[in-house]
Design a protein around this ligand. Sequence first.
Ligand SMILES: Nc1ncnc2c1ncn2[C@@H]1O[C@H](COP(=O)(O)OP(=O)(O)OP(=O)(O)O)[C@@H](O)[C@H]1O
Length: 246
Amino acid sequence: MSGQLIGLDNLTVAYDRHPAVHHVSGSILAGSLTAIAGPNGAGKSTLLKAIMGELRPAEGRISHRLQRTDFGYLPQAAEINRRFPISVFEAVLLGAWRSSGAFGRVSAHETAKAREALSAVGLEGFEKRHIGSLSAGQFQRVLFARLLLQDAKLILLDEPFTAIDARTTKDLLDIVARWHGDGRTVIAVLHDFDQVRAYFPETLLIARTLIGWGPTGDVMSAANLLKARAMAERWDEDPRACEPAA
Ligand SMILES: Nc1ncnc2c1ncn2[C@@H]1O[C@H](COP(=O)(O)OP(=O)(O)OP(=O)(O)O)[C@@H](O)[C@H]1O
């Protein structure tokens, strides 16, 4: 692992002036594999979208030297429209736009790489299927194949294993490990603490404010998890409350 890839400096992100993420500072190191964990409504997806550049900071800043094409982003399943009339193979080839351009011709090399990516996610033979006809797990495999083709330096995954069966999750976690082994930087929003502990060396635990960020074993302590839960209970009592517990 080398130096900082992304710096967060006193980052606050808001919707209609209501902060969802408060005053987060820290570094994502190049080549790191980080889970973002926290209760529902903690600001995990908001933080990921801010890192992506999809949401602008209300306060503070995000610093990096990455190009737009260096980011690979997998949104939550609910945010993806599967009625788009394209085949599995076409969906995977969308990952090649970095080299082919949005309307460019796809080279034989990219076509071969798309086939390779489909094989890596266990979807050989699915090339012509319409994406709308796939199961949730099969579709998630397609999206991972697309990311494989994209060749991004930083890969951001928002709840990639929600509603995905154990076998598919294991296969996709192997791909995450492969990205990490290749030296890519991966950040994933996850709900399953066992997965976080088993596969992610670093964790950023958030409950609107940062609770901990560092080695997973230290951050996912009983005391920190209790603190996160207590903060979430406070929002349930008063949904507008957004300042951290003292
Ligand atoms: N587009 C939006 N407009 C207004 N408020 C939003 C918007 N998106 C999220 N929020 C609010 O911001 C807060 C953080 O939401 P976010 O989706 O980032 O949380 P999360 O930790 O990813 O939650 P979950 O685990 O439930 O997916 C929540 O109170 C949510 O209602």
